[in-house]
Design a protein around this ligand. Structure first.
Ligand code: MG
Length: 614
């Protein structure tokens, strides 16, 4: 007998592809569908699938239209419609492809009702992993993932030979739309560039999350929940073609991986088969193709959000994911609406999540999760308002955000400094403003620079790109700004080429083993990897990535530099001395740390800030 299935989020990208499979699949009878507000599409689907008896729509005003057009169908509406349709339709299987946090409660409900859950909603596990695991433990419900990476992992884990154990899991990332974008301009990248994903066609939110690699961080968290492994056992690596989606490394260092076309139909099929679909077996032709694939480390400067999230979630696994997810949903939306720039998105995500995570406590009940989610959304919205207003008035958001803190610091100083110290300070500032003393001051600075290397000259040319107006999703869709689009312009003029970048080859690992240095590669292959696996260098790559990550964590932990980024060049580590000071002042704790004579403001240039400008 055919299994009854309810499809939540039927009008989205995954929903539509699932429908195309369900149409042909005799094992399933589609009895219910849901959507947020697209009533026209729901009606269209219901006409195509006469087996549909229930329709849920979250926006109540849209329900009437469906009721009048389809009188024989039961229409549910409102906030909890996605939950009540599970009760009313009572299916065997629920496919959840709802976007965002809204998908969490329906997933939890399905498992509590012992349904089989085919899960395309990432947030379910990211936000509610703990509650989902409880529901799984206490009932007979099951989860099958719908995500290329997790399906690859599940298929590989099913193929682990007897007597072998799994050492490590890995998932791949394409690198997103900005993988070759000039790094210093990522903070002001236009929406058109951000939505131009090189290998996958997906919804706007997840495409932005791919460009920032927030999505990949979520997937690492999801994998850790799904396969019950600590975060550190799950590695992420860039595989540009998105043809290897993930795999496992066994205790004897052999690797199993899934090599398949980059279409979501494969993961959906796997879930619909209830996990019985097998890994694609490599043909001789595939083996050759696999050898040509390239892998790269995830670059800490290009994708700071990935490392930020993994680090914060590693320390606060119970509450950080809830906060990060809520803030991310709000900031991505603001970015797509043209309110803020990509660099602002990252700044707000980083600052609000970091602060709230430190200020709040772990949720113990479901209602705490909902409260925390709401609080994070409120805080993010407040910060976006400040940023958006500043940008609208042609101001620098970081100045606006930092001003109250500077004022408070000044007030504090006034209170603690003695009269004598104040007089001294005043005199010094008078001296500084006296035109007759200016030449003397210049000389003094010159001497100082010779001695300490400070102050360095500010780079001025980037000011223009900083003031670039963010482009909204709407503007992008209308192609209005085509001519002004700096993406292509930069592409044309930039001599920047990833493969030529020294820091990359210096990192070695994957990159070196894979196609960039052919001789090396050939030699390695000759050493024999009969399993068709792609690399000896894989292990090196990972261990170094991991060591690095740990070292960073320790350093940050000690010095409270969760916002800092470290860039490495010519063997020197440029730690973000300047950032730490602005970070701490943002948090209201003034740090009496020497910041250098050059005070570089933190957030105004987006990604540029993560480098120490010369
Ligand atoms: Mg994925």
């Amino acid at each position: 007998m055919a299994r009854k299935i309810v499809l939540l989020g039927a009008t989205g990208s995954i929903g539509t592809q699932a429908l195309s499979l369900l149409k042909e699949d005799k094992n399933y009878e589609l009895v219910g569908i849901s959507a947020n507000q697209n009533s026209a599409k729901l009606i269209e689907i219901a006409k195509e699938f006469p087996s549909i008896k229930f329709i849920a729509i979250a926006t109540p005003s849209k329900a009437e239209e469906i009721k009048t057009t389809l009188p024989e169908v039961k229409v549910l509406s409102g906030e909890s419609a996605n939950i009540s349709i599970i009760d009313e339709a009572d299916p065997d299987v629920v496919l959840n492809s709802i976007l965002g946090f809204a998908g969490f409660l329906p997933s939890l409900h399905a498992l509590k009702k012992n349904k089989i859950l085919l899960l395309a909603n990432k947030e379910t596990l990211v936000v509610g992993g703990k509650f989902i695991n409880e529901a799984l433990k206490n009932g007979t419900g099951k989860i099958y993932p719908i995500d290329s990476e997790h399906v690859a992992l599940a298929k590989c884990l099913a193929d682990v030979p007897d007597g072998k154990t799994v050492k490590e899991l890995f998932i791949t990332a394409s690198g997103g739309a900005l993988r070759d974008y000039p790094e210093k301009q990522i903070g002001v990248a236009p929406i058109k560039a951000v939505l131009n994903h090189p290998t996958w066609h997906m919804g706007a939110k997840i495409t932005v999350d791919s460009a920032t690699m927030v999505n990949k961080a979520y997937e690492v968290i999801e994998a850790s929940m799904l396969f019950n492994r600590p975060l550190k056992d799950i590695k992420a690596v860039i595989q540009r073609e998105s043809l290897i989606h993930g795999g496992v490394v066994l205790n004897d260092d052999t690797k199993l991986f899934e090599y398949s076309p980059n279409t979501m139909l494969i993961p959906i099929k796997y879930a619909l088969s209830l996990g019985t679909e097998k890994r694609h077996q490599l043909t001789a032709e595939d083996e050759e193709a696999v050898k040509k694939l390239k892998f790269e480390d995830i670059d800490k400067n290009r994708y700071p959000m990935f490392f930020f999230i993994i680090e914060l979630v590693g320390k606060y696994p119970d509450r950080a994911p809830i906060i990060i997810n809520a803030v991310d949903e709000i900031v991505v939306n603001a970015y797509l609406n043209g309110l803020i720039r990509l660099g602002d998105l990252e700044t707000i995500l980083r600052k609000v999540s970091s602060r709230l995570t430190h200020e709040t406590s772990n949720p113990s009940e479901l209602k705490d999760v909902l409260n925390l989610d709401e609080k994070a959304r409120d805080e993010a919205t407040k910060m976006i308002k400040i940023f958006a207003n500043a940008l609208k008035n042609g101001n620098n958001p970081s100045d606006v955000v930092a001003k109250p803190i500077r004022d408070a610091n000044k007030k504090h100083e006034d209170n603690v400094l003695s009269e004598e110290e104040k007089a001294k300070k005043k005199k010094a500032s008078r001296w500084k403003n006296d035109p007759s003393k200016k030449a003397l001051l210049k000389e003094h600075q010159k001497e100082k620079k010779a001695k300490t290397g400070y102050p360095k000259k500010e780079k001025k040319e980037e000011r223009s790109s900083f003031h670039k107006k963010p482009q909204s999703f709407g503007e992008y869709m209308d192609h209005k700004d085509e001519k002004k689009d700096s993406y292509h312009k930069n592409d044309r003029h930039s001599s920047f080429h990833r493969d030529e970048r020294k820091p990359y080859s210096a990192k070695g690992g994957f990159h070196r083993g894979f196609g960039h240095h052919d001789k090396d590669d050939d030699k390695k292959r000759k050493e024999g990897h009969g399993d068709g696996s792609f690399h000896k260098s894989y292990g090196n790559h990972h261990s170094s990535f991991h060591k690095d990550g740990e070292r960073k964590e320790e350093r940050r932990d000690d010095q409270h530099r969760s916002f800092g980024h470290h860039s490495f060049s010519k063997g020197r580590s440029f730690s973000s001395r300047n950032h730490s000071s602005s970070h701490s002042s943002y948090r209201g704790e003034r740090r009496e740390e020497r910041t250098g004579d050059k005070k570089k403001r933190t957030f105004h240039r987006g990604r540029n800030n993560y480098h120490r400008g010369e």
